[in-house]
Design a protein around this ligand. Structure first.
Ligand SMILES: [Zn+2]
Ligand SMILES: [Zn+2]
Length: 264
């Protein structure tokens, strides 16, 4: 993103960065959709979270909203670039300045900070006075597909992406970490909206893995709302007692299906 903005200037760089974000989304969401919804739809039917499949018109709307989100996410790149030029962020380019250990640590830190930010911002957007202005568009997907992963109202897209400049003001981050973070975030979003549960049986009961969220977790949020607000990790939903009471049973039921069962 920096490269594009520095090379082409703010306006053209912004358009190229938007295109790059949209194409990255289209590539990964398209790959997941082609594999699970077109090529292997029957082979994975036992891992399907909801029986029905969404209409094509709904998927087109998810893609349209994601296109607008890409424009806003790229605008954040421009903002970050300007902040950096003005000397406000401590983004650094020489890895040896803080070493490889810090590089790894800063990535994990970014995930934990983002997870916390997301949980509370998400709960706030579910407040009845804010919901329709920020979050209603994302919840038009009651049965999400990978195409829903960037399907936000423009105001929600701003709220989602604001975390990056905020964190860049807090701690030094290398651009490689920001790229890895953006890729991880998109991958996790696609998993959360996949519509299929791919994590193995017993995952939600494992002493370590139970702290990671699953596709079932976020899919239940889209079906019912009012529960399962977390993004990557289950810490905040556990601490705030906002996991759906039947979250783990639902996961177990999906993973307990016999081979060849289409849907129970
Ligand atoms: Zn929500
Ligand atoms: Zn969602």
């Amino acid at each position: 993103m920096y490269f594009l903005i520095e090379k082409f200037g703010l306006a053209t760089g912004w358009l190229f960065a938007s295109l790059a974000i949209f194409l990255r989304y289209a590539f990964f969401a398209g790959l997941a959709f082609t594999f699970f919804y077109l090529l292997k739809r029957n082979a994975f039917s036992m891992a399907r979270i909801q029986e029905k499949f969404p209409k094509a018109s709904h998927i087109i709307s998810e893609i349209r909203h994601s296109g607008i989100t890409a424009l806003i996410f790229a605008l954040m790149g421009v903002g970050l670039h300007l902040l950096r030029e003005a000397g406000y962020t401590s983004i650094y380019t020489d890895i040896h300045k803080y070493g490889w250990g810090y590089l790894l640590f800063s990535f994990v830190l970014l995930l934990f900070l983002h997870d916390t930010y997301f949980y509370w911002a998400h709960r706030l957007m579910h407040h009845r006075k804010l919901f329709r202005f920020f979050h209603r568009v994302h919840h038009l997907s009651h049965n999400p597909t990978p195409w829903a992963s960037l399907s936000f109202h423009p105001l929600e897209a701003v709220a989602e992406v604001a975390v990056v400049p905020i964190m860049a003001l807090i701690a030094p981050f290398h651009p490689l970490v920001l790229i890895a973070f953006a890729t991880w975030s998109l991958a996790w979003n696609i998993i959360g909206h996949l519509g299929y549960e791919l994590f193995p049986k017993g995952f939600v009961h494992h002493p370590l893995f139970r702290w990671f969220n699953t596709s079932t977790h976020h899919n239940m949020h889209h079906q019912r709302s009012g529960c399962n607000y977390g993004l990557y990790f289950n810490f905040w939903d556990t601490w705030m007692d906002t996991n759906h009471p039947e979250y783990r049973q639902t996961f177990d039921r999906i993973k307990g299906r016999k081979e060849g069962v289409i849907f129970d």
